[in-house]
Design a protein around this ligand. Structure first.
Ligand SMILES: Nc1ncnc2c1ncn2[C@@H]1O[C@H](COP(=O)(O)OP(=O)(O)OP(=O)(O)O)[C@@H](O)[C@H]1O
Ligand SMILES: [Mg+2]
Length: 259
């Protein structure tokens, strides 16, 4: 089971959009795929037309007192399931702070699903909190959608430094450029020559992607040959092909720092 977390300290950068579309592409390739909507906003659940509310506390799930299996719903797509959001996730940090080894909690919940899924996508809320530490521990690959602007790159650098400091060596950090505005020459320039620390594929800013919220479905499911779907397919190909252990955190940090 390979766990991808769609994560950024920043909000509104395309985390949920990436998680939903990449999970769909993984399922299309025959992988048994789960999206865990960890955001109390429940945007990923909304995209899959699944109600976020379930009875009982999110607390019990995080504390390991409840199995995730009954909380999982099938989506309209074969091999693609959703572990629904819960508004109670807004208290995740409070719950975690009262537990021993809080950073291991999400990994423990996922361990209960071992053998059931080939790919898991965690759709994470923005921020860098105790819950994020638990995400860093549970994930194999940290996908970091990053808008190519100076301040976003600065935040990415902060994250890379933090992860290096935490000794998160087994976590593959995979930043990619997201919501790239073709009309902005600075963004174009940064994306045309991505440094080694950042994936080559990027996701352009396209109204077709913005409209996904109206369709409430992964974009490649209803517009498979559109430029937007092609961008996500290229990103997925690159992710699956990349040697995830290849680039060290120090090197990524150095590469991002010189942009
Ligand atoms: N490449 C894109 N082109 C155009 N619109 C986009 C693109 N990616 C995302 N959006 C839109 O931008 C908004 C934010 O995207 P999304 O919800 O994926 O970001 P997020 O990082 O998950 O946000 P949050 O931090 O609130 O969870 C949404 O309205 C989405 O439809
Ligand atoms: Mg989101």
């Amino acid at each position: 089971m390979k766990v991808y977390a769609s994560y950024n300290i920043k909000g509104g950068v395309g985390k949920t959009t990436a998680a939903v579309n990449l999970a769909f592409l993984a399922s299309q390739q025959g992988q048994r795929t789960l999206v865990w909507d960890l955001d109390p906003q429940g945007a990923a659940s909304y995209f899959f037309r699944v109600k976020p509310k379930w009875k009982g506390g999110a607390k019990a799930l995080i504390r390991g007192k409840r199995s995730p299996e009954p909380l999982i719903r099938g989506t309209d797509f074969e091999r693609l399931d959703l572990l629904r959001a819960h508004f109670g996730y807004r208290h995740m940090d409070v719950v975690l702070s009262k537990l021993k080894r809080p950073d291991r909690r999400l990994a423990k919940v996922l361990a209960l699903l071992k053998g059931e899924y080939d790919r898991v996508f965690l759709d994470c809320p923005a921020g860098i909190t105790l819950a994020s530490e638990s995400v860093f521990r549970a994930a194999n690959v940290l996908l970091v959608p990053t808008i190519p602007t100076t301040l976003s790159l600065r935040t990415l650098l902060q994250l890379l430094k933090h992860l290096k400091g935490e000794g998160a060596r087994r976590l593959s950090v995979m930043p990619f450029f997201s919501m790239v505005d073709r009309r902005k020459s600075l963004q174009q320039r940064i994306c045309q020559q991505p440094p080694n620390g950042i994936l080559k594929s990027h996701i352009p800013y396209l109204s077709a992607i913005e409209q996904m919220a109206e369709r409430r479905a992964p974009l490649p499911s209803y517009a498979p040959s559109s430029p937007a779907a092609e961008a996500f397919k290229a990103l997925w190909r690159e992710l699956e092909a990349s040697d995830t252990q290849g680039v060290s955190l120090s090197r990524r940090e150095a590469e991002v720092a010189i942009i």
